[in-house]
Design a protein around this ligand. Structure first.
Ligand code: F6P
Length: 343
């Protein structure tokens, strides 16, 4: 079997570890051959490929990013039929029997549609946002949270020296997982998520209280937090899947606090793409490796239209469609754990 691998959507630490595991296990256990499609679905549409063999992938375990490149190309933007026809043509020309699509909601949404149209495909879920249904976790998230916590640990010391409120904006789009876990692990005084209404009076009261204790407030705000009733969107074109670019929540929070607490000294740090870069944590290397292994076994067993997924401590395949229907956001039960507490 000849397998084409692609990585689509926003990159994250661990993508290369999936590629490595899939190629090493696929060649050794099942005599598979692999090629890589460059830049996600763009490479599949245009037949832009690179060879993938054990020698190329062995050194990749700890390497961030993706050696295949990524893009937010939507191959079905001009209609499913046209996209499927172009993809089938390229698969035939390159002798590819099946695809391994490594991606998040959008990439796996396309994979689901391709599967329904009869294209042989399996998936592996990735995203720092950790917002995919049908898996307890996606790789990339653990590394992103650790990076954010390291940043907060540094920001609180300089904040304390200057009696300043430090505002840290983190990614996560419509799901607050990165903010929730960063806030908890860094000991933030305020954590603002997209999933809940923001009471700015209460936030200001907390900041005042922390300052009165002669401590420096740390506020973690998710880029998707609805500070003025809606998400803060940048003045930039939407991507091919219709997503607006988020950003600016930290600055809005700063302005709202300064209005309420005259004389307050604040600084905003937007962590942004820092959270997506660098070497994967040990936990992400392991999860990514297990997802790569599971996907290859699914291909060998003909379990097409499935995605590797973590349930408790077990990894197994679930239908692709289960992963992409509904976004996994922070549930009320997780928010209730810390509700009303002063840190
Ligand atoms: O989905 C991953 C993610 O990093 C989001 O957290 C963020 O909103 C978005 O991608 C940023 O995308 P881009 O790399 O296109 O700026």
């Amino acid at each position: 079997m000849r397998v084409g691998i692609l990585t689509g959507g926003g990159d994250c630490p661990g993508l290369n570890a999936v590629i490595r595991a899939a190629v090493l296990a696929g060649t050794q256990r099942h005599g598979m051959e692999f090629i890589g499609f460059l830049d996600g679905w763009r490479g599949v549409l245009e037949g832009d490929t690179v060879p993938l063999d054990p020698r190329t992938v062995r050194p990749l375990l700890a390497v961030g990013g993706t050696i295949l490149g990524s893009s937010r190309t939507n191959p079905l933007a001009d209609g499913v039929e046209e996209g499927v026809t172009r993809i089938r043509k390229q698969l035939t020309e390159h002798g590819v029997d099946a695809l391994l699509a490594i991606g998040g909601e959008d990439t796996l949404g396309v994979a689901t549609a391709l599967h329904e149209a009869g294209v042989p495909v399996v998936g592996a879920p990735k995203t720092i946002d950790d917002d995919l249904s049908a898996t307890d976790a996606t790789f990339g998230f653990d590394t992103a949270v650790q990076t954010a916590v390291d940043a907060c640990d540094r920001l609180v010391t300089t904040g304390a020296s200057h009696h300043r409120a430090m505002i840290v904006e983190v990614m996560g789009r419509h799901a607050g997982w990165i903010a929730l876990h960063t806030g908890m692990a860094a000991g933030a005084h305020v954590t603002l998520l997209p999933e809940e209404e923001v009471d700015l009076e209460e936030v200001a009261a907390t900041v005042r209280e922390v300052l009165e204790r002669r401590e420096a407030p740390l506020l973690v705000v998710s880029e998707g937090a609805r500070l003025q009733g809606t998400e803060t969107v940048k003045n930039a074109p939407k991507d091919a899947f219709g997503h607006a670019q988020l950003g600016g929540a930290g600055e809005i929070l700063e302005r709202e606090l300064q209005d309420r607490l005259p004389g307050l000294s604040t600084r905003v740090t937007v962590l942004g793409h820092l959270l997506r870069g660098g070497t994967p944590s040990a936990a992400d290397r392991i999860l990514a490796t297990r997802f790569g292994l599971s996907a290859v076994e699914a291909l060998a067993a003909g379990e097409l239209g499935t995605m590797a997924s973590l349930h408790g401590v077990d990894v197994f395949q679930v239908p692709l469609a289960e992963a992409t229907g509904v976004l996994r956001t922070v549930p009320e039960s997780r928010r209730a754990e810390t509700a009303g507490l002063r840190w």
